[in-house]
Design a protein around this ligand. Structure first.
Ligand SMILES: [Ca+2]
Length: 448
């Protein structure tokens, strides 16, 4: 703090031009910290600040002290693709991760990963001398060559699979999966608690310099285990991937509750370190809920392109910058966070980046003036303004056009009333797919 206060005094004495130079080139210690917390499979109707069924006072407090988005979307409707888009600010198809990176070595996608040629959000922050860490789920490559410490993160504690036993830290393929940087190394504890305690420790250790802290939680992804439950997966063992609880709904509630307490612990740590006012805190989800959770009134669930698959909670606070208790209808996606955070922090991005995400920092600071933009999911579903076109796909036998303002539930297909609009969307999707195919980062086809 002393360094930052000293810098602030100097800035007061500078001309506006010189001060702006310092801000944009981050020569001083006033750059805001960023804490990005992401839940796994949390739905639009799960949190109390979204009128959901689970009391989440700490996440609700972020909304109360900042802004709540009602039209924020995960880039994918499943885990790895959203994470690829979040990390790169690009469509996951362009970044080479259109699908899940699987735990099973018999699946070719087991050998995929976020290639080192991609520039991550952590690498962008590193250029401004930020400290960086990830605690929790990576899910962008199983092999050491894909480890997040090769992608701009100074520190990694967590797992590389899609899910692990919350206690034994064994993944769905029966492989032990708890890492400290590049080493597999166990640590006793419930994964949600471990993720939180590492995040808190990192905040205290880095309070005198700017940092980017990424906290991708495991909750409420299966296995459905509360904090008091024993381990059940063993290395090379046989087990039910979803766990042994029969009251899975209650386990889900406990899991979200523990994550919410973890969010509270992170806010407390920022406050104790006297850096809460200089920290942008974001909480979001990586895709919609399964049928065990709730997506509110939205149609569909995780794995579908209906709203329930990807419209998810997102709340952001930055005291003194983002007006408290506001709400925004801005259409936003995971890939927008990279450019938007740099816009908020007034930090320059490398000019060589080929981003798909938009800098929506102005819309985060001013909730009243959303901008129109277009988003595509999986090359089959496109959204602009109130309209959403979905080519026929699983769960949808005919091409469909929905008016989301009139009906968020996607039940009335308006394609016969607006055939030319549907045709234009179809054409736009063709162009989008062709663009992605031409530029996608290639993946290895096997172990070598
Ligand atoms: Ca997920």
């Amino acid at each position: 703090m002393k360094v930052r206060q000293y810098c602030s005094l100097w800035l007061l004495l500078l001309t506006p031009v010189a001060a702006s130079f310092l801000f944009t080139n981050s020569a001083c210690g006033n750059d805001p910290n960023v804490v990005l917390i992401m839940a796994d499979d949390l739905g639009y109707g799960d949190l109390s600040c979204y009128d959901g069924w689970i009391k989440t006072p700490h996440i609700d407090a972020i909304a109360k002290h900042g802004i709540r988005f009602t039209d924020y979307h995960s880039n994918g409707s499943i885990c790895s693709p959203t994470r690829a888009a979040l990390m790169t600010g690009r469509y996951q198809q362009r970044a080479g991760i259109p699908g899940v990176v699987y735990a099973n070595p018999k699946n070719p996608a087991h050998y995929h990963g976020l290639q080192l040629s991609e520039t991550t959000i952590a690498e962008c922050f590193k250029q401004h001398r930020y400290a960086s860490a990830i605690f929790g789920k990576w899910h962008l490559g199983y092999f050491r060559k894909y480890n997040p410490t090769h992608q701009g993160f100074d520190k990694f504690v967590g797992y590389v699979s899609g899910n692990i036993d919350f206690r034994s830290h064994v993944d769905g393929a029966g492989v032990f999966d708890w890492w400290h940087d590049l080493q597999l190394s166990n640590e006793e504890g419930y994964s949600t608690h471990l993720i939180t305690s590492h995040a808190v420790e990192f905040i205290h250790a880095n309070k005198t310099r700017p940092f980017f802290l990424y906290v991708p939680h495991e909750a409420p992804h299966y296995p459905y285990q509360g904090p008091a439950d024993p381990p059940h997966r063993t290395v090379n063992g046989e087990f039910n991937n979803k766990g042994t609880r029969t009251d899975t709904k209650e386990a889900y509630r406990e899991m979200v509750g523990e994550m919410d307490k973890g969010v509270g612990a992170i806010i407390d740590a920022l406050s104790e370190a006297s850096i809460l006012d200089n920290t942008i805190v974001i909480f979001c989800s990586d895709n919609g809920a399964t049928t065990l959770g709730s997506n509110g009134v939205l149609r569909g669930h995780k794995g579908t392109n209906f709203e329930g698959g990807h419209r998810v909670p997102c709340v952001v606070q930055w005291p003194g910058h983002i007006e408290a208790g506001t709400q925004s209808t801005q259409l936003m996606a995971s890939m927008d966070l990279l450019p938007s955070l740099f816009g908020l922090a007034r930090l320059e991005l490398p000019k060589t980046l080929n981003l798909d995400g938009l800098d929506l920092s102005k819309q985060i600071l001013d909730s009243q003036h959303p901008v129109e933009r277009t988003l595509v999911w999986n090359g089959t579903t496109i959204r602009r303004g109130r309209w959403k076109y979905m080519a026929s796909q699983k769960g949808l036998p005919a091409d469909s056009l929905f008016d989301l303002t009139a009906q968020a539930t996607e039940t009335t297909n308006l394609i016969e009333q607006f055939p030319s609009m549907a045709q234009a969307f179809r054409h736009e999707l063709d162009l989008w797919r062709s663009d992605m195919e031409k530029t996608e980062t290639p993946q290895p086809t096997g172990p070598k």
